[in-house]
Write a protein that binds this ligand. Sequence first.
Ligand code: NAG
Ligand code: ZN
Length: 396
Amino acid sequence: MKPLFTSSILLLLFTSHVPPSLAYTPLSDHSLHRLLLLPPLPTTHTSYQDPDFDPLHGTLLAPILHPRVPGTPGHARVQHHFATFARTHLHPSWQLEWHNTTATTPATGAQQVPFQNLILRRDPPWSSSSSAPPKGGGEVARLTLAAHYDSLYRPEGFVGAVDSAVPCALLLFVARAVDEALTRRWEDVGEEGLEEEEKGVQILLLDGEEAWVEWSEADSLYGSRALAEAWEDTRYEAGSSFATPLEAISLFVLLDLLGAAEPNIPSYFPKTHWAYQNVAKVEQRLRKLGALETKPRKPFLAESEKEGVQFFRGFVQDDHVPFMQRGVDILHLIPTPFPSVWHTMDDDGAHLDVPSIRDWARIMTAFVAEWMDLEGYFGEAGAERVESKHSEKVEL
Ligand SMILES: *[C@@H]1O[C@H](CO)[C@@H](O)[C@H](O)[C@H]1NC(C)=O
Ligand SMILES: [Zn+2]
């Protein structure tokens, strides 16, 4: 991605600050505690290996920390990791959808390079009662979490740990962390209770974000440009709540360049500042509860109070742009300034700050849980709640 300071698109975005009318339920302190999810780091860090995010052995992250240039075997191995993870660790109702295209790049001449986005999608169980995708599914407003998995073509051997192996691993983590509570909630409320609210969640593992020679409109965002275009042209069956999969995106949350210590995440867009504030609030509450490990000089999201003209600073060119140009609401979680290792050979596992990654995992899980109204569905209490409801039904 590329920092670009322009306000032309921001001007258009100033028209509305009003959040959509979807329910958003803050988690209780009790749930936030349950959600701590990760065992605390032992005080002697040296020998400790996080099971998910250890750069050498973590089951989510380590398989991504290799060069993964589109069309190479390293790229294919990471695709395999994602698909295997989803099939092994997520509820069987998750749909895996590939969106494959090819394009030429200025580095590779006439050769067609493959770009393959992977979409992991979970809709409420009753929504599949209509016809199958792509025609069906137009009732569901989807929280859309995105990161890119390709790595830079040059320098050769570039790993791209913050760019964007860590964000991809975080998205896998979040999907797994909310999965069971989501199952419980949907079993509990059933179709009747949710007439006007059909919320799903999808994860976009995007390909071809990086420029091959020099960042330009044509040489960058290969995967996201193709996907935004395809989703604009895909029509749901007549009478659906949404006309296209693009319109069905309730919020597009793009994670990028995360995994270094002391990130400063600005609020880039007035239109989605309310969503930024929700994530910032989650971070604040988790810090106050002592649930985060890092002790940064200031919070990761420190711009909750920002308003009005303070937004005229521009934004970072990244995978959200093709979606934003088509009217999708964007929350861009990317630090400014970029981590110092950005696009250097030092952007590798050894330069990651694992406590910051674990804190991002907690923050994002809590945000997604609030978005999906999962209060009351975590831990044993959540299981009991669903069971007692079922036994009530049996007694009746
Ligand atoms: C798209 O690419 C993926 C990953 O290489 C592959 O597994 C899948 O079969 C491809 N799908 C189609 C329709 O070509
Ligand atoms: Zn990059």
